[in-house]
Design a protein. Structure first.
Length: 277
């Protein structure tokens, strides 16, 4: 006799965080930033000169004043858009090609034998070290900077995708094949969804590395962008402008990385979550 189940067991979800505990965590995070600013203010206001020369740094008030001035100029926002455009273009290309190639390497022995040795030789080379090659290859500095951004994110995405696909239990694919599923169905319904957590881990790392490299490339060969403007401020001894550029880079990196992580949570919302996830 066959017994039919009326319902499937639901995935256990963690209970929502109490409002008081959420407020406490936010207070601790905000307090850490305030404490850092207070220490910075004290060290620079009293011209502390021990082993580190804090007397040469601008105070937070001077930086805030310069930030307020830059927020009122069109150049600041244009630099933001230029750097973001480079990041989005290079990162999107790296995501598409990295996920595709990483999956192909993990699923095909022939592709792995042909492509992986070349990737393993190129992967240890820092992306910023390819700036001279990009200048020689591409007809414009803009295309070269996007190439550097692409390379920076490409390798973390390829490696994470390859490992995520290879780590999938073989029994999942065997179950679909037993029921008559094709290779395409296995790929779209088993391989890619199962590898998503690892893939988004690589995308998050790739986004951070992309910002490091795009800012460095803008400093070396750029004509506009946040990195170029920060280096220009240093050359004219505008130290508050340098720190404003650094803070802007940090904020942009945090926002874009948070966007990738949020997209990853949405794409893998079927996974059980821990309380502190």
């Amino acid at each position: 006799m066959t017994q039919t189940l009326d319902h499937q067991p639901a995935i256990r979800q963690a209970p929502p965080t109490p409002p008081r505990r959420r407020f406490s965590r936010l207070a601790v995070r905000a307090g850490s930033i305030v404490a850092a600013l207070v220490v910075w203010e004290l060290l620079t206001a009293f011209d502390v000169d021990l082993w580190l020369h804090f007397d040469r740094l601008p105070t937070p008030v001077e930086v805030a004043r310069d930030l307020g001035y830059q927020l009122g100029t069109a150049v600041y926002y244009q630099d933001l858009l230029d750097s973001l455009r480079r990041i989005v273009t290079g990162f999107a290309l790296a995501a598409v090609f990295g996920i595709g190639l990483g999956t192909a390497i993990a699923r095909s022995r022939g592709t792995s034998d042909v492509v992986q040795p070349l990737l393993e030789v190129l992967r240890p080379i820092p992306a910023i070290a390819m700036v001279p090659i990009a200048i020689l290859l591409f007809p414009s500095n803009e295309q070269g900077i996007i190439f550097i951004t692409f390379i920076a994110a490409f390798f973390p995405v390829v490696v994470s995708t390859r490992h995520a696909v290879r780590a999938l239990p073989v029994v999942w694919e065997d179950a679909i094949r037993t029921m008559g599923g094709s290779r395409r169905r296995v790929l779209w319904n088993v391989v890619l969804p199962g590898a998503l957590p690892g893939v988004f881990g690589g995308l998050s790392v790739g986004m951070g590395v992309s910002w490091i490299c795009v800012i460095s490339a803008e400093m070396i060969s750029g004509e506009f962008g946040v990195g170029y403007r920060t280096w220009q401020a240093y050359t004219v001894v505008d130290y508050p402008g340098v720190i404003v550029g650094m803070l802007t880079i940090g904020l942009l990196g945090w926002v874009t990385s948070a966007a990738v992580e949020l997209l990853g949570r949405r794409a893998t919302r079927w996974l059980p979550r821990g309380e502190n996830a």
